[in-house]
Design a protein around this ligand. Sequence first.
Ligand SMILES: Cc1cc2nc3c(=O)[nH]c(=O)nc-3n(C[C@H](O)[C@H](O)[C@H](O)COP(=O)(O)OP(=O)(O)OC[C@H]3O[C@@H](n4cnc5c(N)ncnc54)[C@H](O)[C@@H]3O)c2cc1C
Length: 386
Amino acid sequence: MVLHEAVNRAGGRAWSFHDARLDRVIDNGNHLVLSGNAEVLAHCDRIGTTPLLDIAPRAELPFLDLARGDRWLLRLPSGLRDLVTGGLRLPPGTALSLAADTRRLLCADARATVAHAIPGRGPAWIRVWEPLSLAVLNAPPETAAAAPLAEVLRRTLLRGGAASRPITMPQGLGPTLVDPALARLARRGVHLALRRPLTGLEARGDRITALRFASGEVALGPDDAAIFALPPEALSRLLDLPMPGPGQSILNAHFRVDPEVAARMPPLLGLVSGLSHWVFRRGDVLSVTVSAAESCIDASDAEAPEARIWREVAQAAGTDAPPLASRVIRARAATAEVTPAARAARPPLKPYANLALAGDWLSGALPETIEAALLSGRAAARSIEA
Ligand SMILES: Cc1cc2nc3c(=O)[nH]c(=O)nc-3n(C[C@H](O)[C@H](O)[C@H](O)COP(=O)(O)OP(=O)(O)OC[C@H]3O[C@@H](n4cnc5c(N)ncnc54)[C@H](O)[C@@H]3O)c2cc1C
């Protein structure tokens, strides 16, 4: 079995590297998973990295409203007893509308955007629905499909605290999710062929018969099969099928700070009413995520996004000192388009009898996440084996 990869490293959109400017190992972008992401937990269990996961003891997230200075805690109870003893904490002013909004979101049809499904524009919109749409769908609620957000809620927050505990990976995405998986594949005899972009395929009838690479062709025998786990723009060059277009970018700004400043920050902080959306603390590095960056960054603003993001972090951490070093990484088209029309334009999962498609954007109901990528990969493998 051969795993062909276009670039010189595995991991795709989830990878870690040593950044010389920060002199720290960082991830290309902050990744958050929740304890309800059963497939991520199962993956880490299989590859032996469960001890590397930092699973928060409670399902709670602190938030700061940068414009008003308000701070609050979002906390979900871990059971009935916890609920009765005050374990549920919601953002201020949201309690009345959240239940009705959630019902509307869960009932929304496949053509609805988040903004169509949820009519109110009060505190719950600013403090829950807009941040959730940006974080989970990497798209503003006005364009993002409601259905994938509803599916994430069903699998995590609506199952209570046990399925909603934040999980981070202090050692980085590479050491936690990728490198041990490659080692496991190698032990099972899988050959990893790097810098080998697939450029075409040959097909006869309902089967593909060869894979084309710059370095030559690989013929497929009658018992051979392939899985293409590719982003839509790469797949569109190989198959003449409808595909979603590119979605928005995600900007991550990493700041190395004095350890005392870092220690004032929680491991994870949600921000509203500013440019920054989340601050992750890893050692003495504070890493900020701006999702759907095209929608959020005003191109006419004279101030560079990095300077504005740092001001917001400094406000949250209560410091006047500048960062010791910084690095900004923009992941262009970090996810595929997630409008209702784009979701409907996804190709069939088995275009040929011996070819299955995988990738986070093809996992059915979920949006593009690690959980979705793993689920879709396993489903593709099962469909090939069947
Ligand atoms: C900045 C950022 C932040 C994110 N935050 C989160 C988060 O908080 N939580 C979360 O769960 N998810 C998050 N995600 C999404 C997560 O990274 C993806 O869902 C996941 O990595 C997708 O995996 P995949 O294997 O489906 O696709 P990819 O990771 O895109 O892998 C596709 C692979 O195909 C290769 N390839 C492309 N063309 C060819 C070709 N022609 N031949 C051979 N190989 C090819 C690519 O090089 C790549 O390695 C984030 C993504 C980004 C970019």
